[in-house]
Design a protein around this ligand. Structure first.
Ligand SMILES: Cc1cc2nc3c(=O)[nH]c(=O)nc-3n(C[C@H](O)[C@H](O)[C@H](O)COP(=O)(O)O)c2cc1C
Length: 199
């Protein structure tokens, strides 16, 4: 059900990379814990500085556990479509790391970068498993640590909706036209040999 017709890769890559995109129309179906943990398992194997693995995932499955708490954190514009997702996940990163042999933890510069790698792994495994994902930065960042019990030393990075795709016409009218894979900048704007050469 993935329509990637708007996406043309300029080099020979696995179709997985253009087929992953972020829909908003979801079917409200249940996701089993097994299916969900398969995605966390993929994320677990992401690379990180010092192998610190600073990513943490807080999840709620649809209509179970703390689903209402996670849903309520979303900005209204995101909540209107994400309420039909099968799971909501909050990606948190740990900002320090205690290296082997050290007595204290020191700041981990790459905590957000590493968490991003884990998110990407989760998103690609989701697609391989028949699910879609949509990262959501539009949520209440001030309230999130209190609602979720996240202590100091951790940053709430993003929320993620996971679901099974539904037809675009299940969305409010204003979102229907956006329900398609978008394009990318050309590599010529993104890659330079040896020295920064960008606008
Ligand atoms: C960290 C992050 C935050 C995002 N926040 C939102 C959001 O609040 N609402 C939304 O609809 N999409 C959000 N997105 C989705 C992006 O708009 C989307 O990933 C981007 O347009 C690329 O499209 P694609 O994922 O379909 O390839 C977010 C994506 C990321 C990675």
């Amino acid at each position: 059900m993935t329509d990637s017709s708007a996406r043309q890769a300029d080099h020979d890559i696995d179709p997985l990379f253009v087929n992953r995109w972020s829909p908003r129309a979801y079917s409200s179906e249940e996701i089993s814990e097994g299916d969900l943990f398969r995605l966390f398992e993929a994320a677990r194997w992401a690379p990180s500085a010092n192998n610190a693995q600073p990513w943490r995932f807080i999840y709620a499955r649809r209509d179970a556990g703390r689903w209402p708490n996670l849903l309520a954190l979303l900005n209204p514009g995101n909540r209107q479509w994400a309420e039909r997702a099968s799971a909501l996940v909050v990606l948190v990163s740990k900002t320090t790391h205690q290296r082997p042999g050290d007595l204290t933890a020191t700041p981990l510069r790459s905590h957000s970068l590493d968490a991003g790698a884990a998110w990407a792994s989760l998103a690609f495994q989701a697609l391989l498993s028949g699910w879609h994902t949509h990262a959501i930065g539009g949520f209440n960042r001030e309230a999130a640590p209190g609602v979720l019990g996240v202590p100091d030393g951790y940053v709430v990075e993003t929320m993620i909706a996971i679901g099974r795709r539904a037809a675009a016409d299940s969305l409010p009218t204003e979102l229907q036209t956006r329900e398609k894979p978008n394009a990318r900048k050309p590599l010529s704007e993104l890659v330079a040999e040896g020295r920064f050469a960008f606008e």
